[in-house]
Each structure stands twice: as structure tokens, then as C-alpha cells.
Design a binder for this molecule. Structure first.
Ligand code: GLN
Length: 471
């Protein structure tokens, strides 16, 4: 008989203490999650695969804990991993038909670190194909549903990870974030999500979407849990030359100076999101923090800039999927036709759209007009942040302009889908960190999220202020 464990009440700290004190074992806890997954995943489609050796992993961890070989805070913690982060020997598909049968040949650096800590990997989670999307409806394996309302999206692209954490199908999860893919789904599913400072976490073993924007980060139930995972996975790695240890510790002010780019909060933001945001502002004022309206004139161009740079980088990164070395292969008359047919069959519509867009903006004659301009604009956007952080400690906005929207609402209108990223995308362009924290629910039980953004390496500030805001 499996032990009855109340998963809804658990966080990493409580679970870790219970495991170490012998209240329950890693095996018991893993079994409880597997049971929950078996009753709930058919509805949510959060996991693309549940690992059949999860209990064996747990038994090994239990043995090591008993033998005194493992004692850290992550020993025996069941975790879900987004399907674009490599775990040696396991399938990693980026939710694409292109890679249905691709088996990872090595561990991503983040995975190696988590393994060392004694994490149990429950399975790989659904996502928008190659992380392109904001609703997980672009998965080749069907959409992931929101655990708070099955008729609504989980957000994306790390929708499976967020839905798993929000629905208690995992204690914590990893996602990747190129333009909001950790923060927006975390917000939609009532979880905490961190997009770390660019270069804080090694990208080695994460399938590249847009390499100058991608970061791996945690989706968790509490800020403490997100912080613990972040501190476990960060750090310089010889396999990612952009990664660094240069983590300045920020002095945490007793009272924060908080900037709000009100210009960005205009049209497109739903009334209820605005109201929830204004309530947070009032709460912060009551706590003695100071609020400053901030002008960031170039942020309006973020989406235009992102939707040039990101597809340019993505089209380059995805050139490797040619149907020869791995994954989907369709035979044609000759090699060129092989490429056409394999890529035609393997990639979904959104991925093709972005490859075409990216190839176009990089092509001779258009490079300067599009890519060059967007790259220059990116610098101006980063400059807006630099200037803002000369005046305030952090910035706040809603994480997304609406709560989780109904499935299918934006699928035929890519532009509308892209507009969802208005608050999250500029953060990646500037390379700064941002944390999404839950700030209550609307009348129908759908979560709101607030995004706190800070200067490079200010994760500690984000966690500190987040603890005062979360509700
Ligand atoms: N929704 C954004 C997009 O479609 C963000 C994706 C991401 O962060 N991976 O590009």
C-alpha cells in the first residue's frame, strides 16, 4: 500500500525534511507522484513521457541516504524536465516530430548537477515545438491543459512543466525561457518561475532556440524552492563559454525603490490583470516601499525586435535538423529532396514560419534592413534598463497581459499570440533576470502573476521582494 502523502501541502523543504527524518521515503514520495500522474495526466497532457525507472531512481536515492552518501536538500525530490533538456539515454524531442526517436547521448550540465543532488526525474514535459510559442498548442503531441481550468491553456512554451507543478504532478520542474517561456506559463498555472540572468546557468545540453536569449530556470511552488534550484544549477561551465560565476551579491534594501513602466501597461492588458497589478502596487506602498513611474521609451519596440532576432537565430540553430543525422527522415530522389521532404514532414507550422522569417531577415540585401536594425534596437532596450536601474532597485509589471486564455483562442492569429509576450520579451533582450510570482486568483480561480525584473545578477533582490508580494 502506498503511503498517503498530501502533495498539495508539500514544498521541497518539507519533503526533504520528511525524507531525511524517515517520515516517508523517496520511494513513497515518488510513488505518490506517479499515482497522481496516472489519474491526472490524461487530462492535462503535461508529461510526454513518464520514466518507467522513476521508482528505481528513488530506491537508489533511498539507499544512498541510508548509507550516508546523500544528505542535501534535493535528495529524493521528484522533478519534471522540459523536453528540450538532455538527459543521457532518454528521448529528448523538443515536442517535435523531427526528434521522436532521438536519444540524448549526454546529460545537460543542469541535469548532471541535479543528479548529483539526488533529484528523481519523473519524466519529460510537453512544450511548444522547439520552444516556439506561448500556449503549448504548438506541440506535435497535443496541447497541455491548465490545471486550474481544463478548457484553458497552460501557457508556453514550458507549459508541461508549469502544468505539472501547478497540478501537483511534480514537486518542481525545469523550463527554458527565450522570451517568457518560464515566466508566462508559471503565471498561468499559479507557480513561481525564474528566468535567470543571461549566462548565470549553463545552456549546455539545452536544445538551442535563440542562443543569445535562451536560459534554463526553475518552475516551482515557492520562492524558496525556485531559489534552491537556481543556486544548484547556476555557475560557470567549461561547456558553455557564455556561462560565468560572476554573481555579485546584491545588498537587499529594507525598503525597495520600485519602478513601473506605466506606458507599457496600456492597451491589451485586461481590466482584471490591471486591477490585480494596482492592488500589488498599493500593498507595496503600505509595506513602505516606494513606487516610481519609469519611462522606458524603447520597450515598445521589443516585440518587433524580438521577432526578428529570435527567428534569425532559431533558423540558424535549426539548420542542423536535416533528416540525415538524427530523427525524422523521408527519402527523396536525391539528397536535396531528402532535406526538403524530411524538414517538411518533421517540423510543424510555427517552426516553419519562424525558419522562413529568420532566413529572410538574414538574407543578403535584407540583413541590414532587418537584422542589423533589430540588433541596434536591442542595445537601446538594454540601455533603457540600465537607465531605469540607476534610479530604482527593481521594476514590476504583470507577467502577462491576461490570465490563461481559452484553448484555441489565439491559434489562428500568431500576432495575437506574440502580443502575449510584451512584458517578458524585453527582459531576455536585455539579458537581465526576472521572477514571476503568483498574486492571487480571479473569480473563476485563474491565477495572476507579477513579474519582478532586476539588474544583471540581482536574483537575490527578486527573491527578497517576491517573498513580500506572493499571495
Ligand atoms: N512565447 C515566446 C515565443 O513564442 C517565448 C518562447 C520562449 O521563451 N521559448 O517565442
Amino acid at each position: 500500500m502506498a503511503k498517503i502523502i498530501n502533495l498539495a501541502e508539500l514544498d521541497i523543504k518539507k519533503a526533504g525534511e520528511a525524507i531525511r527524518s524517515g517520515q516517508f521515503s523517496a520511494h513513497d514520495l515518488t510513488e505518490a507522484y506517479l499515482e497522481k500522474i496516472s489519474t491526472r495526466n490524461a487530462d492535462l497532457n503535461a508529461y510526454l513521457e513518464v520514466f518507467t525507472d522513476a521508482l528505481a531512481q528513488a530506491d537508489e536515492v533511498d539507499r544512498k541516504i541510508k548509507a550516508g552518501e546523500l544528505s542535501g536538500p534535493l535528495a529524493g525530490i521528484p522533478m519534471a524536465i522540459k523536453d528540450n533538456i538532455l538527459i543521457a539515454g532518454r528521448i529528448c524531442s523538443s515536442a517535435s516530430k523531427m526528434l521522436t526517436t532521438y536519444h540524448a547521448t549526454y546529460d545537460a550540465t543542469v541535469i548532471a548537477k541535479l543528479k548529483q543532488g539526488g533529484v528523481i526525474f519523473l519524466g519529460r514535459t510537453n512544450m511548444d515545438e522547439f520552444a516556439m510559442g506561448g500556449s503549448t498548442e504548438n506541440s506535435a503531441y497535443g496541447p497541455t491543459k491548465n490545471p486550474h481550468d481544463l478548457s484553458r491553456v497552460s501557457g508556453g512554451s514550458s507549459g508541461g512543466s508549469a502544468s505539472a507543478v501547478g497540478g501537483d504532478l511534480a514537486l518542481v520542474a525545469l523550463g527554458t525561457d527565450t522570451g517568457g517561456s518560464i515566466r508566462q506559463p508559471a503565471s498561468y498555472c499559479g507557480a513561481v518561475g525564474l528566468k535567470p540572468t543571461y549566462s548565470a546557468v549553463s545552456r549546455y545540453g539545452a536544445m538551442a532556440m535563440a542562443s543569445s536569449l535562451d536560459q534554463i530556470g526553475p518552475i516551482a511552488k515557492t520562492i524558496d524552492d525556485a531559489e534552491l534550484i537556481f543556486k544548484t544549477i547556476r555557475g560557470q561551465d567549461k561547456f558553455d563559454s557564455t556561462s560565468t560565476d560572476d554573481l555579485a551579491t546584491s545588498k537587499i534594501p529594507a525598503k525597495f525603490k520600485i519602478g513601473v513602466p506605466y506606458d507599457l501597461l496600456g492597451a491589451g492588458v485586461t481590466e482584471e490583470v490591471r486591477k490585480n497589478f494596482d492592488e500589488t502596487v498599493e500593498l507595496l506602498k503600505k509595506q513602505g516601499h516606494e513606487i516610481f513611474p519609469i519611462e522606458m521609451p524603447n520597450l515598445h519596440y521589443s516585440l518587433a525586435c524580438y521577432y526578428i532576432l529570435m527567428p534569425a537565430e532559431a533558423s540558424t540553430n535549426l539548420a542542423r535538423f536535416d533528416g540525415v543525422r538524427y530523427g525524422c527522415h523521408v527519402d527523396g530522389q536525391d539528397m536535396i529532396e531528402d532535406y526538403f521532404l524530411s524538414r517538411g514532414a518533421g517540423f510543424g507550422q510555427e517552426v516553419k514560419r519562424r525558419i522562413m522569417l529568420g532566413t529572410y531577415v538574414l538574407s543578403a540585401g535584407y540583413y541590414d534592413a532587418y537584422y542589423g536594425k533589430a540588433d541596434a534596437l536591442r542595445r537601446l532596450i538594454a540601455e533603457d534598463y540600465r537607465k531605469a536601474f540607476a534610479k530604482v532597485d527593481v521594476l514590476i509589471t504583470p507577467t502577462a497581459p491576461s490570465v490563461a486564455f481559452p484553448l484555441g483562442q489565439n491559434t489562428s492569429d500568431p500576432l495575437q499570440m506574440y502580443l502575449e509576450d510584451i512584458f517578458t520579451v524585453p527582459v531576455n533582450l536585455a539579458g537581465v533576470p526576472a521572477l514571476s510570482v503568483p498574486t492571487g486568483k480571479n473569480g473563476t480561480g485563474l491565477p495572476f502573476g507579477l513579474q519582478i525584473t532586476g539588474p544583471h545578477w540581482s536574483e537575490d533582490l527578486l527573491f527578497a521582494l517576491g517573498r513580500e508580494i506572493v499571495r
